[in-house]
Write a new protein. Structure first.
Length: 190
């Protein structure tokens, strides 16, 4: 998709930014308040009839982002024009990340938004069935956030005495992850 076509519909004065890539398709950065209207315009006026994927991103340890921690990226396809577009919207609040749902535009967004909610904790307002989809119902936290511990918070195991699965605090000992190097006994001795 050519940048001029995008600029004719989405003005930088309204907060839109277009990032060109040498290797693949462009990225249109959208203010969160204009996300739903932008999605409708892309579908109805620019022929992006197919939603390929929705991906959550945690920028907490990345210095090159816009200052907000969470973003959601939408990958769109126009079969009619044979082109792709990446759309990115940042969540305004890092403590309670919220974006409007894309299910009003594409029904396929439902599954992707549930996945982003489950793994990143991003809320999609207007979603009809926003609940966990990959983790257990009693799961605490959001495992794809950068501040989530690698070992998690709780573990589950089968208790033969109680004859049921129980949850307990993680009992994994902290390990040093330095690789072990095996050398000859005479290494470094002359």
């Amino acid at each position: 998709m050519e940048t001029q076509i995008l600029l004719s519909h989405f003005s930088p004065e309204d907060g839109y930014q277009i990032e060109e890539s040498r290797f693949d398709y462009p990225t249109l950065q959208v203010p969160a308040t204009l996300l739903e209207a932008t999605l409708f315009t892309l579908r109805d006026s620019l022929n992006f009839a197919q939603l390929i994927d929705i991906v959550g991103i945690d920028y907490s340890h990345y210095n090159g982002h816009q200052g907000q921690r969470f973003a959601v990226t939408y990958h769109l396809l126009s079969l009619q024009d044979n082109c792709r577009l990446r759309l990115r919207a940042y969540c305004a609040d890092d403590d309670f990340p919220v974006l409007p749902t894309a299910t009003t535009v594409w029904r396929a967004a439902s599954w992707f938004e549930r996945e982003v909610f489950d793994l990143f904790g991003i809320i999609f307002t207007g979603h009809e069935d926003l609940r966990r989809i990959l983790t257990d119902y009693g799961f605490v936290g959001y495992p794809f956030r950068k501040d989530f511990p690698l070992s998690g918070h709780v573990e589950m195991r089968y208790d033969p005495e109680q004859k049921r699965v129980i949850y307990q605090p993680v009992s994994i000992p902290v390990r040093e992850v330095t690789p072990r190097i095996v050398r000859e006994e005479s290494y470094g001795k002359e």
